[in-house]
Structure formats: C-alpha cells, structure tokens
Design a protein around this ligand. Structure first.
Ligand SMILES: Nc1nc2c(ncn2[C@@H]2O[C@H](COP(=O)(O)OP(=O)(O)OP(=O)(O)O)[C@@H](O)[C@H]2O)c(=O)[nH]1
Length: 340
C-alpha cells in the first residue's frame, strides 16, 4: 500500500497514525512552498520515459544533418512504441511534414522544436480542476481495480483539507471485502470523516447519504470512492451509472465531476477503459497514475488527443507530492530537458 501514509495495517498504534498525519501535513506544506521541488519530482518521475523514449527522439532529430524520409519513419516507430497511439502518431507526422514544407524547414533540430511545441499544444486544457468552487463540489472517482484510485483519493482529500476546505469521504466501494475499512482508515489518519454503510449495501444509497451529510455539514468537497471494476463487467458498470445519477440529482449536475483514474503502465488498454467509463458515466477528467513506472510516457499524449478528455492529475510516485496537477508546460519541459 501507499508508503507515504504509512502502513496499511489497521492495528497500527494511534501514536503512529498521528505521526503519519503530521508527516502528511508537513509534506503538503512543503509541497505548496517549494515549486522547484515539485518540478524536481516530476523530472524524477519521468526519468524512465526520458531514457526510454525521449533520448531516442533526441537522437532521431539531432543525429543527422538533413530531414529525410528515414527521419519520419524512425519517428513514427518511436512514437508508436512509446504508446502515443497510431492515430495520434499519424496525425503528428503528417502535420509535421506539412509544416516543414510550408515553412521550408531544413534543420532537423528546428523540426524537433516544432515537434515539442505541437506536443505542448495537444496537451493544453485541463487545469481548471475543482477550484474555485461555490458550495458543495462532488468528486466521483472511478477506475479499474489497482489503478491507484484509493491512493489518488487519499492524496486529494489530504491536499484539499490542508488548503482549508471541509472535506468528506464516501465509502462507495461496498463490493470489495475490506474496501470500506480501507477508506475509513485513511479517514482516521487524515482526520476526515467517512460516510459508509455495511459491505454489500447499495452503493447509490451510500452516495445519497453522503451528499445529504455533505449538505448539512456545509462540506466543500465530497469525494466518493467507487468499487474498482473491469470496464467489461456490465452489471457493475450499470451500478456505477446509478451512483452517478443519484449524485447528480442530489448535488446538482453542475457540482459533480467524474475523475477516471488510469494506470499509465497499462498503455493502450487505458484508452479502451476510458472509452467505456466515459460511455457509462461521462468522465470529466483523468488522473494518470504510475507515470514513473513506464518508459512509454507517450500515453499522456494519446489520452489527451484520442479521448479529448483533460488530464487533471498525474502520478509520478507514491508520495503525496507525487500526485501533481497536470501542467502541460512543466510536463513537456520535464520530459524533454536533458539531465543536469
Ligand atoms: N509508483 C507509483 N505507484 C503508485 C502511484 N499511484 C498509486 N500507486 C500504487 O499503486 C498501487 C495500487 O493503488 P491503490 O490506490 O490501492 O489502487 P486502487 O485502484 O484503489 O485499487 P483497489 O483498492 O483494488 O480498487 C498502490 O501500491 C499504490 O501505492 C504512482 O503514481 N506511482
């Protein structure tokens, strides 16, 4: 389980949980104060992609004196291998060729700059997450098992609480044994209340209770956990639709945001998951976790370009500060800047 919040063992002594809480707060304060260290973490987290894919790109553009067909072929192969996706790769190459012709670009290095600018452009949009909001905002968090949902919820709950918001959690995963207890443990550690029912209860009923509780407590942010499910499990997907309907009806559609958590290491499969979840519950944004675990960071480009969904957060490690607001400029800089 997620290191930063300490061990997952419910039997941990209170003293230890208090200490963990204090560490969480320290880390968040540090996070707010030190933008440079955030960038350092981002850079560290993208190390595998830089070595695996960006170094290769660099050698394609800088290792030759002229732009030729071979350059484009190598570029195509490298992008596809890096999970940029076939469609996005084809679009990128054809745009690059057109631009090169129009602007009469001859230097491969100049073309590399154009390429990076285009990636930056594709990644724009998505930084309008959650704040500022008026009244209650409900964040419903969905995704397949093991994508990093619980970790993302804990990191976000902690972050917004430390920014002075009233945060409430809903244990909407009534399906997996131990899931309710897991979210309640996070709640205790972070000093955040959790609305729950017993295992096997109707998840929509939990969501209903949670929205009522959030209203009466003047909560700013309610984060609703949902059962991790495979996008292919039809009845569970229908349950998710019901939870979404109930939240929308009770909290007001305009106050609900659906965040889909995707594991970057699952590559193109993540795109398929996103399509299915979007069909079921209208996803508003993506949290792309475990980017530190892949050498194929191109998945970020594919997610943004092929799904048209904004990337709100990226996970580049297990610590709280490793869940970062997605900023295209910093991302491109961190990805393409050579090691010091
Ligand atoms: N390296 C790395 N690990 C991460 C990141 N985000 C989450 N993890 C790890 O991924 C594992 C799964 O995360 P969980 O949050 O338990 O996943 P989940 O989707 O809630 O899974 P279920 O509880 O089975 O539904 C944990 O070991 C996390 O610590 C990340 O950005 N980088």
């Amino acid at each position: 389980m997620f290191n930063f919040f300490g061990s997952d063992d419910e039997e941990d002594k209170t003293e230890e949980s208090e200490q963990n809480s204090a560490e969480v707060e320290d880390d968040i304060l540090q996070e707010e104060e030190d933008e440079r260290s955030l960038f350092g973490r981002l850079k560290d987290g993208l190390k595998k992609s830089r070595r695996g894919f960006v170094d290769k790109l660099g050698s394609i553009f800088t290792g030759r004196s002229a732009i030729d067909e071979e350059l484009y072929e190598e570029l195509e192969e490298t992008l596809i291998r890096a999970d940029v996706g076939v469609q996005t790769t084809m679009d990128l190459i054809s745009e690059l060729k057109d631009y090169q012709k129009e602007e009469e670009i001859e230097e491969p290095e100049e073309l590399y700059e154009v390429f990076q600018d285009r990636i930056r452009e594709i990644l724009q949009g998505g930084d309008d997450i959650l704040v500022p909001w008026d009244g209650l905002e409900v964040l419903m968090v969905v995704g397949v098992n093991g994508s990093g949902k619980t970790t993302t919820i804990a990191k976000l709950a902690n972050r917004y609480k430390n920014k002075g918001n009233e945060v409430l959690l809903a244990a909407g995963d009534t399906f997996r044994a131990g899931a309710i207890e897991q979210i309640e443990t996070w709640g205790r550690r972070l000093g955040i209340d959790v609305i729950s029912q017993q295992e096997g209860a109707d998840a929509a009923a939990v969501a209903y209770d949670a929205v009522q509780a959030a209203r009466s407590r003047e909560t700013d942010l309610l984060i609703v956990d949902t059962a991790g499910r495979l996008h292919t499990q039809k009845n569970l997907m229908q349950e998710l639709e019901k939870v979404r309907r109930v939240i929308g009806r009770e909290a007001g559609e305009e106050n609900v945001e659906v965040l889909l958590v995707l594991d970057a290491t699952t590559g193109q499969n993540a795109l398929h998951q996103a399509e299915k979840f979007d069909e079921a519950v209208d996803v508003d944004g993506i949290a792309l976790t475990k980017l530190d675990g892949t050498a194929s960071g191109g998945i970020v480009v594919a997610v943004r370009n092929e799904l048209g969904l904004p990337i709100r957060f990226i996970g580049v490690g297990e610590q709280a500060a490793d869940l970062q607001n997605f900023d295209p400029d910093s991302f491109v800089e961190a990805l393409f800047t050579e090691e010091d």
